[in-house]
Design a protein around this ligand. Structure first.
Ligand SMILES: Nc1ncnc2c1ncn2[C@@H]1O[C@H](COP(=O)(O)OP(=O)(O)OP(=O)(O)O)[C@@H](O)[C@H]1O
Length: 654
């Protein structure tokens, strides 16, 4: 496909009365093989991949058949291992970049098992730049006269407004901090970029219409989703020991966005390249500080194009998302434990949700199945809901390592991509048309001072306030869900900690009681042995007396009787003492059990009180948040009422 001499319009704003039927086309799914496939495992027939399971594969072993299992997967296109980065860009990305310049949103997902080449395809290496640096360079080479100082800014929630001086200065400062970050070697980046630019300079670009009346600016953001938490990769890394600030999701009536995500205005290819390197460095730094690996998070690099024209009285924003998904991996294969297991579960869950959403979108489109699509079950699907629903350009590049070891893993990846291919994108002419943003027209019309504009302004203000209210409701719902989720996790954690505490306490008391019992046993055994010695001496003495006096038996009969009585009394005493000793032992055992029970009860009460206190705190926080949101809603309502009242007043005056 060549775009030489092709001409495109930077801004196309046409009337909205086109009622032609949307054209449906499949999501494009491309396959890229990392190495030369072994003939016995994979064969490529046009754009169909035929896989034959090796004997060692789980699939073959599970079914345990003599006949080898063969599966086929078809793709929009299959790229052999010798396909260059340039060929990939020219064949599939260039057209999307042109659509993007022409105002259409696009999302590209890079999917595959760990080490299969996802990042290589997206970012590449200095010698073989991937699709992101190529797209950036292409955009800067294609659009002439990019504005050095932006006039318009888009907030993360999609609202477009005039850029005031203070915000501009802050943005410029942020950019200068990124470009001059001490940990980034600027010279290396300049050299790498120059090499890349030289390599790309011979490649053709499309021609664009004269756009001297159009203000065109390019903005970049870079986010990471790690363990279902969102982080800003364009914010400086925190000091050691400090937590990375987490970002939350926000929602408007028709999209979900990342709140407070940094967006940097870039005015040249090298600036954009440096921002990409800064984010990549942050990603690696964050990954090392949590002893992880960059591939364990989903990374979203976004290029945003804001085009505004005073002549057309409009502003239009298009976004190009490059999403490098975390490597899918089977827990069994990697033998993950502890934190790694949690990471793997989160990665696999979010990929699973992605797969389920894609499958349900396909079912909804094919069977008119109206089951609710679980976009909200993962941050990734929440963010890409619009693209996954087929409302925007979306394509997937599936990467596989065609080695025998990775066969089973690759089968999961291929099955997933086969479902994705069955989703349709609505290629409606209306979707291709950029929409003028109300807020911007408002600002322009205000400047023109027209009365009509003033009326329109009020209408729009009412609409905006209505949207505000609905946005706040959405936000409230989102926060409620987040709180519920956090509470579920917290409860699980408390339960585990409580069980652990009980176990430890039980072990401690058992040890202490065993030691005390041993002491007691030793003490009584010593006492018994002393008594035994004492009485055996006494008996001996008596026997001696009996022997000495045996000659005068008769005389001594009464004395014998007396002695026998004493002996029997003493034996009785020993018996009584032994009984008492046994009773003391029993008493002691009972005492030990009672003490144990008492401590057990005390522990349970303490844990319950702690749990209750924590619950009270969580509840108080949730109530506080709800109150604040309610206040916001009330505030928005008041605003709406005052605007409506004003209009009614004016109409009455007229
Ligand atoms: N098509 C290719 N040609 C040459 N080298 C490649 C290709 N694909 C990947 N590689 C190399 O293989 C290695 C792993 O690739 P990469 O890091 O892109 O994998 P990944 O799928 O992103 O893995 P992870 O999910 O673990 O991040 C890298 O050294 C990369 O340079």
């Amino acid at each position: 496909m060549s775009f030489e001499n092709e001409t495109i319009n930077i801004i196309v704003i046409e009337s909205d009365d086109d009622d032609s039927e949307p054209e449906l086309k499949h999501v494009e799914v491309f396959l890229r093989l990392k190495g030369i496939p072994s003939d016995q495992l994979y064969t490529i027939n046009n754009n169909v991949l035929v896989c034959t399971a090796p004997e060692t594969s789980q699939i073959q072993r599970k079914i345990n058949q003599i006949k080898q299992i063969t599966k086929t997967f078809s793709f929009t296109k299959i790229f052999n291992p010798d396909t260059s980065q340039l060929e990939i860009f020219n064949t599939i990305i260039k057209a999307k970049v042109l659509n993007f310049i022409n105002g259409r949103n696009c999302t590209i997902l890079s999917y595959g098992a760990s080490g299969s080449g996802k990042t290589f395809t997206m970012v590449g290496t200095p010698d073989e730049p991937g699709i992101i640096p190529r797209a950036l360079e292409y955009i800067f080479r294609t659009i002439p006269n990019l504005s050095q100082k932006p006039k318009i800014i888009q907030l993360p929630n999609g609202e477009v407004r005039e850029l005031d001086d203070e915000t501009y200065q802050m943005g410029a400062l942020q950019k200068s901090m990124i470009l001059n970050a001490t940990h980034i070697d600027r010279n290396i980046h300049l050299k790498t970029y120059k090499q890349m630019q030289q390599r790309l300079s011979s490649e053709s670009v499309a021609e664009v219409d004269d756009c001297s009346n159009t203000d065109v600016t390019i903005w970049i953001s870079f986010a990471e989703i790690y363990n279902e938490q969102i982080f800003d990769l364009l914010k400086s890394a925190p000091q050691r020991g400090q937590q990375r600030p987490r970002l939350r999701l926000g929602a408007t009536a028709d999209s979900t966005y990342i709140k407070d995500l940094t967006s940097i205005h870039v005015s040249s290819g090298i600036e954009a390249f440096q921002v990409l390197q800064y984010g990549t460095h942050n990603l690696k730094y964050a990954a090392t500080s949590v002893n992880s690996h960059s591939s364990r998070s989903h990374c979203i690099f976004t290029i945003k194009l804001i085009q505004s024209s005073e002549i057309d009285r409009g502003a239009h924003v298009s976004s190009f998302h490059f999403c490098d998904l975390a490597g899918s991996e089977r827990v069994k294969r990697t033998l993950n434990v502890g934190d790694r297991l949690k990471e793997s579960n989160n990665i696999n869950t979010s990929l699973l949700v992605l797969g389920r959403c894609i499958k349900l979108v396909r079912d909804a489109q094919q069977l008119k199945d109206k089951s609710v699509i679980p976009f909200r079950e993962s941050k990734l699907t929440q963010l890409f809901q619009n693209a996954l629903m087929g409302n925007e350009d979306m394509m997937m590049i599936v990467n596989i390592n065609p080695s025998q070891d990775a066969f089973d893993e690759s089968q999961h990846v291929l099955a997933f991509s086969a479902i994705a291919r069955e989703v349709f994108i609505e290629e409606h002419p209306k979707n291709l048309k950029p929409k003028t943003t109300n807020r911007f027209s408002l600002y322009l019309e205000k400047a023109a001072g027209s009365n009509q504009a003033l009326d329109n302004e009020k209408d729009r203000e009412i609409n905006r306030l209505k949207m505000c209210v609905s946005e706040l409701y959405n936000e409230l719902e989102l926060q409620k869900q987040t709180l519920e989720e956090e509470w579920r996790v917290e409860k699980k954690f408390i339960n585990t900690e409580y069980q652990k505490f009980l176990r430890e306490e039980r072990e401690r008391y058992e040890k202490r009681n065993a030691a005390a019992l041993n002491n007691l046993r030793e003490k009584y055994e010593q006492k018994i042995s002393e008594l035994r010695n004492y009485y055996s001496d006494l008996l001996q003495d008596q026997e001696d007396i009996i022997v000495l006096d045996s000659s005068s038996e008769d005389e001594n009969t009464s004395a014998d009787n007396h002695n026998l009585n004493i002996i029997s009394e003493q034996s009785e005493l020993i018996r009584t003492l032994q009984i008492e000793l046994n009773e003391v032992k029993l008493e002691n055992e009972k005492l030990r059990k009672d003490t144990e029970e008492m401590y057990e009860l005390k522990k349970q009460i303490k844990a319950v009180v702690e749990e209750y206190n924590e619950l009270k705190i969580t509840l108080a926080e949730a109530t506080q948040e709800c109150l604040e949101l309610q206040k916001k809603i009330a505030h928005a309502d008041e605003g709406m009422i005052s605007v409506v009242t004003e209009i009614v007043q004016e109409e009455e005056n007229v």
